[in-house]
Write a protein that binds this ligand. Structure first.
Ligand code: CA
Ligand code: CA
Ligand code: CA
Length: 197
C-alpha cells in the first residue's frame, strides 16, 4: 500500500472509445440523418472536442471516436446544432385547403451563408418538439435572396403540402427544420404557425 503525499491528485488519463452504427457506410449514423463528420463528444452536455471531421481521434471508416479524460463524468456522443432562422410561409395553414407546397426561408448567421446550405440535408424533423418518425425532405429548392429584407441572405425551399399537413393538427404548431452546410456544421431552427381545420 502506498500513501501519497498530501495534496497529490490522481492524473491517470483514461481512454474512452465511442462507436456508432454506420453499417451502410453512407457517412450518416444509421437510423438518423446525422452526418458522422459532425459528431462531437460532450461532457455534461458541453462539447469537449471539435467535430469528428477535425479530430485525429475520430475514425469515420471504423466509426470510432477515441479521446482521453483525466476525470470521470458523463460523456456522450452528440451532434451540435447551431441556431438557424426558419420562416414558414404562410403563417396560417388550413388543413383542408388546396395548394401543393408550403414555403420556408432559411437563414444562417455569419460567417456562414445561405449559399452554403446543402439542399439534400433539409428536413422537417419535429412538430411541437416531438421527433417525426419520418422526417420530411424538401420538394424543391429555389433561389437565395433576401426575402425578409434584413440584410441576411435566405434560401427559399418548398415542402410538399400534403406531407406536412399529415403531421399537423389544428392549433399551434412549432415546426423544426434541420439542415447542414456543405461539408459543414448542422443547423436547426423553428417557426410557429397556426393550423386551422
Ligand atoms: Ca449509415
Ligand atoms: Ca462511417
Ligand atoms: Ca433575410
Amino acid at each position: 500500500m502506498t500513501i501519497l503525499p498530501e495534496g497529490q491528485t490522481f492524473a491517470v488519463p483514461i481512454t474512452i472509445i465511442f462507436t456508432w452504427p454506420d453499417a451502410d457506410s453512407d457517412g450518416r449514423v444509421d437510423g438518423t440523418r446525422f452526418s458522422e463528420a459532425n459528431l462531437v463528444v460532450t461532457k455534461n452536455n458541453v462539447a469537449i472536442t471539435g467535430r469528428c471531421r477535425n479530430e485525429p481521434g475520430c475514425d469515420m471508416a471504423a466509426n470510432t471516436f477515441t479521446f482521453q479524460v483525466s476525470s470521470l463524468s458523463e460523456f456522450t456522443l452528440a451532434v451540435v446544432h447551431h441556431a438557424a432562422s426558419v420562416d414558414v410561409d404562410p403563417e396560417t395553414l388550413k388543413l383542408t385547403s388546396l395548394g401543393n407546397f408550403v414555403t420556408a426561408y432559411l437563414e444562417v448567421p455569419a460567417p456562414f451563408s445561405a449559399y452554403m446550405v446543402d439542399p439534400t440535408s433539409i428536413r422537417v424533423v419535429r412538430v411541437n418538439g416531438v421527433n417525426l418518425a419520418n422526417p420530411i425532405p424538401i420538394a424543391s429548392v429555389h433561389d437565395v435572396s433576401d426575402h425578409n429584407r434584413n440584410g441576411v441572405p435566405d434560401l427559399t425551399v418548398k415542402f410538399d403540402r400534403a406531407s406536412l399537413v399529415r403531421v399537423l393538427s389544428p392549433g399551434t404548431a412549432t415546426i423544426t427544420v434541420d439542415f447542414e452546410l456543405s461539408g459543414g456544421p448542422m443547423f436547426r431552427g423553428s417557426d410557429t404557425v397556426r393550423v386551422l381545420q
